[in-house]
Design a protein around this ligand. Structure first.
Ligand code: NAD
Length: 508
């Protein structure tokens, strides 16, 4: 136990001095963060966590923003997380307006924490429509954490038009799928579903889904299922005990995991782990709750259950089970904080932690007790790489250029634009094959019911399909088009090993 531990203030220390225990970076966070962190550390202390772990406090959040640090993260905090490999964090506020970005998103992306794992379980004493109906919910959501619309690659292209560049990569998908299958294997699950929208986003979600099946072949004992995300949402509400684990792309995973939190009583009960190859971040899912900050009434369960995930991650499964079971026994006895719909008067944050401490070693009567094993630290920090690590999933494909999409800005009708473009590509290997409005073909034919905006996708394709096109040809056409129109975007059209790498327009 660290020397600064007292009955009220469990062991943490500042700085990164060497210890025989595993050091974990701790950022209590803002708002209710420090209150719920204190409660969790009390429970850890009673469970024996401090015999194996030292928490090293690092500075992130409002304090840093207020000191003019626009990242909200102190430099030595970054270094500590990089060295230690694990961050346990409370919620942190994102400044509204100004340049301050979400610390939470920055941390996940900068540290390559590519998979977000959340565990949703029915908790005794936490009344929900499902608990009343006798449903026992217990499943995991694995969300890709880095790519997708969360890349933050957005542009205003034209007066009326903005775009978000949605990147999905094969190695990025592989990382999250591998994590999902490994986790399912360690939990003894026999089926994983991939949630997706590949029926519409055939290339992006299509790649995510294909990589799921490809990765799954390495885990023959685990059955694979696929489910379209809208149907998934309905199924989760109607049959919440149907799924054991669902893996999803970032945005869909974000929405589905909050939906899942609603099934088990809200965000106050949903723990979250952000896992990368080198760094893992365990955090409460909810925010800083400024409306109740400082009142001593916040619910520490989300952060505590995130801590339970962290203890399992580092090898202390038996202690994690002890804490989980004591928490369930506490809730089962009707002890709860004010945000919980349950019987009896609510207690404060620290009284709730004390009630868990009192029940340490007990198992719940109505809920299934956890029997995780592991009583020594197996986690080893990986250290900082010397250089950026490049990731490739497949041997480089043979690429053939077959045309281009030039996106133009013009307050003109397609029939006025087409003759100008046709004249620009005259005598080149490319011909204007279509113009589409927000993805739907409007030239040379289309439905007059299709409404157009000032953004026109003008597709140029080979006149002679047997001859590949020099990629410069499309760029030269774009240069000439720039004399007549605002250029919004340029995308070359390619085949990869002979397979078309772009979708046809609706109606093409
Ligand atoms: P919030 O989650 O902080 O609060 C929403 C509601 O839930 C409030 O009524 C709050 O009192 C209640 N609540 C939340 N956690 C609770 C708990 N543990 N116990 C009892 N009640 C709880 O969401 P918000 O108000 O939209 O966001 C406040 C701030 O938190 C914002 O700056 C936001 O950016 C930030 N935030 C941070 C994280 C994170 O650090 N991971 C996540 C979400 C929001």
């Amino acid at each position: 136990m660290s020397t600064n531990a007292t009955a009220d203030q469990p062991a943490t220390h500042k700085g990164t001095e060497m210890s025989s225990k595993l050091s974990i970076a701790l950022a209590p966070g803002d708002g209710i963060g420090p209150e719920i962190t204190k409660a969790c550390l009390k429970v850890f202390e009673a469970a024996g966590v401090m015999d194996h772990v030292d928490f090293v406090e690092v500075s992130m959040g409002e304090k840093e923003f207020n000191a003019g640090n626009s990242s909200g993260i102190a430099d030595d905090a970054i270094q500590a997380v990089e060295n230690l490999g694990i961050l346990y964090k409370g919620p942190m506020g994102t400044p509204t307006g100004g340049g301050g970005k979400s610390i939470n998103v920055t941390l996940r992306k900068a540290f390559g924490a590519f998979a977000n794992l959340r565990h949703f379980q029915t908790l005794p004493g936490v009344e929900t429509v499902y608990s009343k109906a006798g449903y026992d919910i217990d499943f995991h959501v694995v969300r890709e954490n880095v790519e997708d619309t969360y890349g933050g690659i957005e542009h205003r292209l034209l007066t009326d038009v903005v775009q978000n560049l949605r990147l999905i990569t094969a190695p990025g998908s592989d990382q999250v799928h591998k994590f999902a299958f490994e986790t399912a294997r360690s939990l003894g699950l026999d089926k994983i579903y991939c949630g997706h929208k590949a029926n519409i986003m055939k290339l992006t979600d299509g790649m995510f889904l294909n990589r799921f099946h490809k990765m799954g072949k390495n885990y023959p004992e685990i059955e694979r299922g696929e489910v379209i995300v809208d149907a998934l949402c309905m199924n989760m509400v109607m049959y919440p005990d149907r799924y054991d684990m669902i893996v999803l792309p970032n945005l869909q995973g974000d929405i589905v995991s909050d939906l899942a939190a609603g099934l088990v009583g809200g965000l106050g009960f949903a723990p979250s782990a952000n896992i990368g190859d080198r760094i893992a971040i365990f955090e409460a899912v909810h925010g800083t709750a400024p409306d109740i900050a400082g009142k001593g009434i916040a619910n520490p369960t989300s952060l505590l259950l995130s801590g339970v995930m962290m203890l399992r991650h580092i090898g202390l499964g038996a202690i994690a089970a002890k804490i989980n079971n004591a928490l369930l026994a506490t809730l089962e006895d009707g002890v709860h904080t004010g945000d919980v719909k349950g019987e009896g008067d609510p207690v404060g944050t620290i009284a709730f932690a004390d009630a868990i401490v009192e029940r340490m070693g007990q198992t719940p009567k109505s809920a299934k007790a956890k029997t995780w094993v592991g009583d020594s630290v197996t986690f080893k920090p990986q250290g900082t790489p010397d250089e950026y690590e490049m990731m490739y999933a497949e041997p480089e494909a043979k690429i053939e250029h077959v045309g281009c999409d030039i996106y133009l800005g013009a307050r003109k009708k397609p029939s006025e634009i087409a003759p100008i473009l046709e004249s620009l590509c005259e005598g080149t290997p490319l011909k204007l094959s279509l113009i589409s409005a927000r993805g739907t073909k409007v030239w040379p034919t289309g439905s007059l019911y299709t409404e157009c905006v000032e953004h026109h996708r003008c597709r140029f394709e080979q006149r002679d399909e047997s001859t590949p096109v020099d990629p410069k040809v499309g760029i030269e056409i774009m240069h000439k088009a720039a004399e007549h129109f605002e250029i919004a975007c340029y995308i070359p059209l390619k085949k990869f090993n002979g397979e078309r790498g772009y979708l046809l327009a609706q109606g093409q």
